[in-house]
Design a protein around this ligand. Structure first.
Ligand code: AMP
Length: 302
């Protein structure tokens, strides 16, 4: 089944205690698509400027990602700069340049309108809604956001949430969005605004899914080489939605497996800067790490 994603396609500059990368391939739609493309067909709606390197488009095409909905317009590509301290869970934004995204009007190609799954990547919530309005009858709508939009566009974001089934955000964003320091109460409040599931990403500590009927916890896998957490959230979403698109089974047990697949894809992504780890990732590696996650969380009553 096909996934439509709208989000940023970016040039990122990132500093971590282990190195730095300047103007490398990034963006919420980019990370999401690359991760999801291991499981399903992905169609991208986004915009880049005329400075966007051709080699990045070639990489996405090699992963069979459909770029019909990627506009290329005069101007500069979206840029994000951020840094991390030794606590890699905490990203500090140094600069956000919307550039061509400031004037972006998403137009969905006719062929995309029947997409079964939609991922509204981290982007202006008004744009997220403009995209959603053009998709006929999606079976599942998932979304992400970040402090940048919670600070600036809270009302627009609340409006978008009314049409979202699964919201994927990190724990700090959960607290900030709900205006509530307790995670349980914050989650309950957000579920009242529209989504039926909330997936709370907790960096190296794993992820929690919250629904009306209870919680599910996936662990984070201990890794001995973590270089750059940028894009981990989007790769998580790509593994999660990609797995659901591949199986088209939205029952609780399968959603739990999808959460683990999200964790698997995120865990690979942090092992290198930009999308470098995903570039050389293979299916057998994905399968092996899925099993490692299963072992990590398994326990029996004696
Ligand atoms: P994450 O998965 O949360 O680490 O997402 C990181 C990606 O989000 C980076 O590659 C950035 O280019 C992109 N990004 C950062 N800020 C924004 C923003 N305000 N709007 C859209 N994309 C953003």
């Amino acid at each position: 089944m096909s996934i439509l994603v709208v989000g940023s396609v970016a040039l990122d500059s990132v500093q971590t205690p282990f190195g730095s990368a300047k103007e490398v391939l990034g963006g919420s739609a980019t990370y999401f698509s690359a991760a999801a493309s291991f499981f399903a067909d992905v169609r991208v709606v986004a915009v880049v400027g005329d400075d966007f390197p051709e080699e990045h488009l070639a990489f996405l095409k090699r992963r069979s990602i459909d770029l019909q909905g990627l506009q290329r317009v005069p101007g500069r590509t979206f840029r994000w700069a951020g840094e991390y301290g030794f606590d890699l869970n905490d990203a500090r934004t140094l600069e956000t340049q919307l550039n061509v995204f400031a004037e972006f009007r998403p137009e969905i190609p006719e062929a995309y309108k029947e997409s079964e799954l939609v991922f509204l990547g981290n982007i202006d919530p008004d744009l997220q809604r403009q995209v959603l309005r053009q998709v006929r009858s999606p079976k599942l709508v998932a979304a992400d956001t970040m402090n940048f939009w919670i600070d600036r566009k809270l009302e627009a974001l609340r409006e978008t949430l009314k049409s979202v089934d699964v919201l994927l955000i990190n724990d700090a964003e959960t607290r900030q969005l709900a205006g509530e320091p307790n995670l349980v109460r914050a989650a309950r409040k957000i579920l009242d605004w529209g989504p039926t599931s909330l997936v709370i990403k907790r960096g190296e500590y794993g992820a929690l899914m919250v629904r009306e009927d209870g919680w599910f916890a996936a662990p984070g896998i201990p890794l001995d080489s973590v270089f750059d957490p940028t894009g981990a959230g989007d790769c998580f979403a790509g593994g999660f939605i990609g797995y659901l698109a591949n199986t088209m089974n939205f029952e609780d047990a399968n959603i739990r497996k999808a959460i683990v697949m999200g964790s698997v894809m995120a865990s690979f992504n942090v092992e290198a800067f930009s999308l470098d780890r995903l570039r050389r990732l293979t299916y057998p590696e994905i399968e092996a790490r899925y099993k490692a996650f299963k072992r990590l969380a398994q326990f029996e009553d004696l």
